[in-house]
Design a binder for this molecule. Structure first.
Ligand SMILES: [Zn+2]
Ligand SMILES: [Zn+2]
Length: 65
């Protein structure tokens, strides 16, 4: 008999987290403290983790016209 152990680790910081959501950009399941922003859209919810948010923020600033 194999005992299946469910892992609830955040895929960004690696901490144990009961509640995680998938980032819409990198598709990793991240915990609340790694979620930078989440908002409701007509198609569902848009989640962005801190990694992806930092990325796009930098790119926006850099490529500002
Ligand atoms: Zn995390
Ligand atoms: Zn992400």
């Amino acid at each position: 008999m194999t005992k299946i152990k469910m892992s609830h680790k955040c895929e960004r910081c690696g901490r144990e987290a009961q509640y995680r959501e998938a980032c819409n950009h990198c598709n990793r399941k991240v915990c609340q403290s790694c979620i930078k922003n989440s908002k409701r859209t007509s198609t569902g919810r848009a989640i962005i983790c801190k990694d992806c948010c930092g990325d796009s923020a930098k790119r926006k600033k850099h490529g500002q016209a």
